[in-house]
Design a binder for this molecule. Sequence first.
Ligand code: SF4
Length: 385
Amino acid sequence: MVDLGIPQVPLTLGPRRVSRQLKLGHDDRAVLVGGGAPVSVQSMTTTVTADVNATLQQIAELTASGCQIVRVAVPSADDAEALPQIARKSQIPVIADIHFQPRYVFAAIDAGCAAVRVNPGNIKEFDDKVAEIAKAAADAQVPIRIGVNAGSLDKRLLAKHGSATPDALVESALWECSLFEEHGFQDLKISVKHHDPVVMVSAYRKLAAACDYPLHLGVTEAGPFFQGTVKSSVAFGVLLAEGIGDTIRVSLSAPPAEEAKVGIAILESLGLRQRRLEIVSCPSCGRAQVDVYKLAEEVTAGLDGLEVPLRVAVMGCVVNGPGEAREADLGVASGNGKGQIFVKGKIVKTVPESKIVETLIDEAMRLAEEAGEEGETGKPVVVTA
Ligand code: SF4
């Protein structure tokens, strides 16, 4: 295999929390969650689930973006009726998201969904149905996520704690788990989402210490793309660095595929997934002798979709430029209207500024091809910490 020069991602984070393992799905689409499995990325469709074609189209887009598990909302009987077709045709495991109506839990299990998410605060008479749900889920080997959300916390706990505190969220989740445990059902996954990363982190830490169920991380209602990305990255970063979290969903007021891409980037940044294309570009400053923003954007756009792990340095001057360019697989140090092109630490050519982008793209493609010829699949290599 061609060594592209990128060192294997060092496992500098703490050890992963030991959790039970769940299997979402029963065929070759199945994804393992917890128990040392790689942290997986989830998202949720925004289509009306009953619109099967639109929902499957969005799932296909999510799959293409790297999303590994998809959740679909089931607020009506029409949505429940669409589940068998969606579960059968989706390329990735489908989780049915059930609020208010316990009977849709049974419909989702019968439909072949890989898992069911229930919100204890929102399912009428949920507690009375646990025995039946546990039996149906156990018979079908369908895991259940207890998805506690600050915005829909059980009223009893809201009254007890005064607000959706970390303790209230954790108590709600563990209470519901205990109801399932009474019936011998432990294929559970938990989330305790809050819009405030500080509360969310505290809740997950408490939850992680109190049980060994796999945890689904999420900052709920995190906001539009920029704010939501920051909130989720910060909160997930803290928790994942402590080994907490088995699957993640970045919630954004943005298309679901964007959520998946952010989730993947978070895992790559933390070394929990093999990095793919990584652009090392300087912020530019008064010393810059080229338009670094434009250069970085054009190189990024030109290499979009490149799957092999490749670090490309785009640097604006000769101060840090040669050093960073030398350390990367491929790089440019710019100055005086020219760019020195580095490949694996060596200057291979000097080109005029107008040729920098195309030269970098050509060299990147050549390196990617070399890697492909040597058997590199280009698929992200997941680090199993
Ligand atoms: S590489 Fe040069 S232009 Fe870029 S930030 Fe550093 S000193 Fe400034």
